[in-house]
Each structure stands twice: as C-alpha cells, then as structure tokens.
Ligand binder design. Structure first.
Ligand SMILES: NC(=O)c1ccc[n+]([C@@H]2O[C@H](COP(=O)([O-])OP(=O)(O)OC[C@H]3O[C@@H](n4cnc5c(N)ncnc54)[C@H](O)[C@@H]3O)[C@@H](O)[C@H]2O)c1
Length: 293
C-alpha cells in the first residue's frame, strides 16, 4: 500500500493530542479536529509542554520540536480537515452513539477507500462500523496513554474489516515506530483490557480477603513482574469509574468472573475516582499515602 503521509485525528483530548504529537514527530502532516477552539488550544498546549520535555531531555532538538509542532493543523471543520488525508483516527469520548455519529460524518467527507480507525478501548468495532455504508474501511487502533511513550497499538478487526484496512493500520503503526498486536476477533475487552481487568479484579479480591495490603500487592506486582505500576496505582491513574465500567461490560460478556468487587463499587459511589478526584485506592491530597477502608 502507498506510504501514509497525512492523518486526521478527531478529538484533541488526552489521547488525541498525544496521538497528534506522535504522528507529527514521525513526520506526518496532522489535521487535529475538535468541536471548539478552546479544546484545540488545550490540546496544543499539552503538545507544546510535551515537546519541550523532549527537548530538555535531549531526545529532540529545538528545531525538530518546532517542525513537529508546525505539522499539526488545528481545525473545528471536520469535513474540510479529513477531505484529503491518507487515514483518519477517531479519539472522541467512549460513547457508542457519539462515535457512530462521528463515523457517519467521516464516511461522507473522506476520499473513497480512506481507512477510518477508532481508538476505542472496549466498544465493538463492528457496531461502530455499522453506522456507515463502508464498514470494510473501519478498524480499531487502540493506542495507550501516554501515546508518545507507549509502544503498543492493539489492532482490532471488526467483522467486516478489510485486509486493506488492516494493512493501513499496520503501516501507520510502523510509521509511528510502534508495534502491533492484532486482535483477530472483535470481542469485548479485546486482548489488553480483558487481561488487565482480570488481573486487577483478582488483586482487589485478595485485598478484600485480607491476604495483603494494597501497598504490598502493588509492590509485589512491580518488583515481581516488572510492571511499572501496581494494579491499584494504575487504576488510580486511569480512573476507578473507567475501571468499573470496563468490569461491568466484561461481566456482561463473560459472566461472574468479571463481577466488580465491593471495594471498587463503594469507592466509585463515594466519588473516589483516583488521581483525578484526589483519592481512590491511595490519597493524593498531600503526598501519596495509602487509603484502606
Ligand atoms: N485516556 C486513556 O487513558 C485512554 C487510553 C486508551 C484509549 N482511550 C480511548 O480514547 C478515546 C478518547 O479518550 P480520551 O481520554 O482522549 O478522551 P478525552 O475526553 O480526554 O478527549 C475527547 C476529546 O474529543 C472531543 N470531542 C467530543 N466530541 C467530538 C466531536 N464530535 N468531534 C470532534 N471532537 C470531539 C472532546 O472535546 C475532547 O477534547 C476513548 O474512546 C477512550 O476510551 C483512552
């Protein structure tokens, strides 16, 4: 397939601005789309801060950082921004109806045959693709946070995804200097969410059974398995509400083994959602301290 030179990223939030930056650092021309100027500005501010960090750690020269930033073209006009690009990646919030609405807009505006990827972490690719009349061009490209540092792209085939779309997703992955793991069937949780949630829920059950403290379980997983963060720390980083939603949809698909433990449900009810709310499994109001209830 032809080399990918340009991309449109739809959504300038946490993942969207990281993805736009990764693409720009790889030399691609990037259209970055959001619904309002202020969301674009917030995304660009994050890119600027992150590029400055690359310069400080001497991974990029100032010239390379400036050139990368200049390759990102912000826009609130979706149809215009996607009209001539080689591939589109949707990174709007994890809501099926919103994603389907965006895909309907995309399918009308891109060149025929342009691959349209979604960064969903758990929604069905097949269901997202059902919103458009060319489901063969839709594929899942699940990037990880922070995109500029994380090397994996989990590529997920929908029921009707074409070989061409798979090749384009692999080519994009290669172009960004990342590596792919292919999920051959569009199933709830794909590979990574299903595996990490199973591990995390078992750790929560161990804590509830009084077998070990939150800190010791995190310590064991970091040192014993070289995980950069323990399961509780990672859950605090990603949000306990996000973790609970993941568990509930996995339970619907695979049964009681994914049933969320009470310690998780209660914390979410109390608004203890992790770092973003100041407390979750740990307390972040001051320095990080353990919180066990
Ligand atoms: N945050 C993570 O750690 C993470 C990791 C992997 C995958 N994901 C997935 O990536 C996607 C985006 O997550 P996020 O954390 O970046 O969300 P976010 O809320 O930080 O950003 C979403 C952005 O999309 C914009 N948006 C909303 N509707 C839009 C529209 N119609 N057109 C254009 N832009 C629109 C919002 O204004 C916002 O800036 C979700 O599907 C999520 O599940 C997130």
């Amino acid at each position: 397939m032809a080399e990918i030179q340009s991309v449109a990223v739809i959504g300038a939030g946490t993942m969207g601005n990281g993805l736009a930056q990764s693409c720009a650092m790889a030399g691609l021309t990037v259209g970055l789309v959001d619904t309002e100027e202020r969301f674009l500005q917030r995304g660009l501010d994050n890119v600027r801060t992150s590029l400055a960090r690359f310069v400080r750690s001497q991974k990029l020269s100032q010239e390379q950082a400036d050139a990368s930033f200049a390759r990102i073209h912000p826009s609130t006009a979706l149809a215009e921004a996607v009209a001539n690009v080689d591939i589109v990646i949707e990174v709007v919030p994890e809501l099926m109806e919103l994603k389907q609405a965006v895909f309907r807009q995309l399918a009308k505006a891109v060149k025929p045959g342009t691959v349209m990827a979604t960064n969903t972490s758990q929604l069905s690719i097949t269901a997202i693709a059902s919103a458009v009349d060319r489901p063969e061009d839709v594929i899942g490209t699940h990037f990880f946070n922070p995109v500029v540092l994380m090397r994996l792209v989990e590529i997920v085939r929908g029921l009707r995804t074409s070989e061409h779309a798979l090749e384009a997703a692999l080519e994009l992955t290669r172009r960004l200097g990342k590596e792919a793991a292919i999920c051959k069937r569009d199933t709830v949780g794909f590979i990574t969410t299903r595996a990490i949630v199973a591990l995390r829920l078992e750790c929560m059950r161990m804590y509830e059974e009084g077998i070990a403290s939150i800190e010791d379980i995190d310590h064991a997983m970091r040192l014993g398995f070289n995980h950069p963060m323990g399961p509780f720390e990672l859950n605090d980083f990603n949000g306990l509400d996000v973790g609970l939603n993941n568990a509930l949809s996995l339970r619907d698909a695979y049964g009681e083994r994914f049933s969320p433990p009470q310690s998780l449900v209660t914390r979410v009810k109390a608004g203890m959602l992790g770092r973003k709310s100041g407390a979750g499994w740990y307390d972040y109001s001051d320095a990080k301290t353990k919180l066990e209830h």
